[in-house]
Design a protein. Structure first.
Length: 231
């Protein structure tokens, strides 16, 4: 399948995509591609989605419950175990096509984590895990329960793809006293460090267009005090 087909099917949200009905912008980030094949009980059983990089030289290929990268006919994978992908999930390439992230959850409202990968000399490198670092920082002020971790999802690439804006959210479930609350973290990709923190109000003011429907709905449910509370 050639690049021309991907360009012909380029999506309105800015990334080339070839996917069956049900594929749409990400639920967390409108700049990501929702890796769904249908709203069914086990959608990954029929999933076959290709997401083209901005430079049109690379393809993220998701088939059923695995993913890999294709460059010039070469398949690049981290292996069967590390290439497993859950549902729901979404993917966004960095603007310079050198990296991408995958946000995936263990359910529709809980269990979301983000994984970041960089391409170097046709090899895949997993970036140092940032989920635990963000979780520890977020739970200093916004902890749900010992058993329930915050959702963590990619939102927006920044600074020539060197940094990634990531959101942390108290899940929208009854046991969380600050359900729907979220804050944003600017993360240095290679260093894996938190560069800056943003309230939900600050994030909405600057990156509203990147909000997926989960964040749009959550923001509307927050009080003014919650919107301006530090993450």
């Amino acid at each position: 399948m050639g690049v021309a087909l991907f360009l012909a099917g380029a999506s309105c949200w800015g990334q080339g995509v070839d996917c069956p009905p049900g594929c749409s912008p990400g639920r967390w980030s409108s700049e990501a591609v929702d890796l769904s094949s249908a709203r069914s009980k086990a959608p990954y059983e029929t999933r076959d989605i290709r997401v083209l990089s901005p430079d049109k030289q690379k393809i993220a290929h998701i088939v059923k419950d695995h993913w890999w990268i294709e460059i010039g006919g070469i398949k690049i994978s981290l292996g069967p175990k590390k290439s497993l992908i859950l549902y729901p999930a979404e993917l966004a390439w960095a603007p310079n096509s050198s990296a991408f992230y995958i946000t995936e959850g263990a359910g529709y409202t809980t269990g979301y984590r983000v994984s970041i990968y960089r391409l170097e000399d046709q090899k895949l490198r997993a970036i140092t895990d940032v989920n635990q670092k963000i979780e520890r920082d977020f739970e200093r002020r916004h902890k749900c329960t010992e058993e329930q971790s915050p959702n963590i999802a990619g939102l927006h690439w920044m600074d020539d793809s060197l940094n990634l804006l990531i959101v942390a959210e108290e899940p929208s479930i009854g046991i969380c006293k600050d359900a729907y609350y979220f804050g944003a973290y600017l993360i240095s990709i290679d260093a894996g460090q938190i560069v800056e923190r943003f309230t939900s109000q600050a994030a909405e003011s600057r990156w509203k267009n990147a909000f997926g429907y989960v964040l749009k709905d959550g923001f509307e449910r927050l009080s003014e005090q919650q919107k301006n509370a530090s993450p």
